[in-house]
Design a protein around this ligand. Structure first.
Ligand code: 3HC
Length: 284
């Protein structure tokens, strides 16, 4: 398939980051949010991110202008009708995603690939609401998408080899390193990462060390770029809770049972960086 136009559905941190990556890679991007206001706000955030890269000397002004001009922010889902690949990055809720996939099935061209950026949910559950499920797979970017080099290409039981190969080539064309993985909760990275993050919360709950010292220990002791609690804040505590719930649902392994503090913070509206506070504060 000659891939030219990418549709992105959802305007959270990931939708915005993936749109930026695709536009910089030379694709036409249709960024779809539920409202035109949200779509415009996401475009403004991408504009800010690109401007920062120009300021830091990481991007030429002409490249910034070209990338921005390549993104069309829309609210009408029908605008995705001529996209070659559509990647959804909406809330980690299976019913919401399944409803969206049924819509995308009606709207998208028959040969278009419909992908999910889900962190953990079963891709087959989304593929099963589409008439030709061989074109459905996972294309999983990491946060922050413009920086992290990995894309997990997730092949469901019904995904065709052609779709996997197209997604692999697409990820490479975005400057990412793709890995191919089966449709099992958590794929590779989150299956390994989240028991670690969850256990970091439990260490804090058990009073073993302060939040700051837990993070310092993993940065200074293991060379990780961020401590586990700061990383949870970056990913989003609501997203992290959904990931752990999905993993626990699949494996019933106590390592995946969400630490109570995580649930409490989410109930309190403390969702991490995006809400201004989580384990740490980000106001001001
Ligand atoms: N958009 C674009 N660029 C960004 C960015 C963003 N949101 N955030 C940081 N950057 C760029 C900066 O501009 C800078 O670029 P430069 O080196 O070319 O000037 C570079 O990244 C480093 O940024 P900073 O100097 O501001 O900060 P740090 O050096 O502390 O790096 C970090 C920030 C890249 C986030 C680093 O701490 C890191 O790699 N953390 C780990 C992140 C991680 O593990 N992500 C995976 C999470 S799991 C996941 O996503 C799965 C999902 O399903 C939940």
């Amino acid at each position: 398939m000659n891939v030219k136009r990418i549709g992105i559905v959802g305007s959270g941190i990931m939708g915005s980051g993936i749109s930026e990556v695709c536009a910089k890679a030379g694709y036409e991007v249709v960024l779809r949010s539920r409202t035109q206001e949200k779509a415009a706000a996401t475009l403004a955030a991408i504009e800010k991110s690109l401007a920062k890269q120009v300021e830091r000397g990481k991007l030429e002004e002409a490249e910034r202008e070209k990338a921005l001009a390549a993104i069309k922010a829309v609210s009408n889902i029908k605008e995705l009708s001529d996209c070659d690949i559509v990647i959804e990055s909406v809330i980690e809720d299976l019913d919401t995603k399944r409803e969206l996939f049924a819509h995308l099935d009606d709207v998208c061209r028959d040969d278009a690939i419909i992908a999910t950026n889900t962190s953990t949910l079963p891709v087959i559950e989304m593929a099963s609401v589409v008439r030709n499920p061989e074109r459905v797979l996972g294309i999983h970017f990491f946060n922050p998408a413009p920086v992290m080099g990995l894309v997990e290409v997730v092949a469901a039981l019904t995904t065709s080899e052609e779709a996997v190969e197209t997604a692999r080539m697409f990820a490479e064309s975005c400057g990412k390193e793709p890995v191919i993985v089966k449709d099992q909760a958590g794929f590779i990275v989150n299956a390994l990462l989240f028991p670690y993050l969850n256990n970091a919360i439990k260490l804090f709950e058990n009073g073993v060390a302060s939040m700051e010292d837990i993070d310092t220990a993993m940065k200074a002791g293991c060379g990780f770029p961020m401590g586990p609690l700061a990383l949870l804040d970056l990913v989003g505590l609501d997203t992290s809770l959904s990931i752990l719930e999905a993993l626990y649902d699949e494996f019933r392994d106590p390592n995946y049972a969400p630490a109570p503090t995580l649930r409490r913070l989410v109930s309190a509206g403390k969702l991490g960086r995006k809400s201004g506070s989580g384990f740490f504060d980000y106001q001001g």
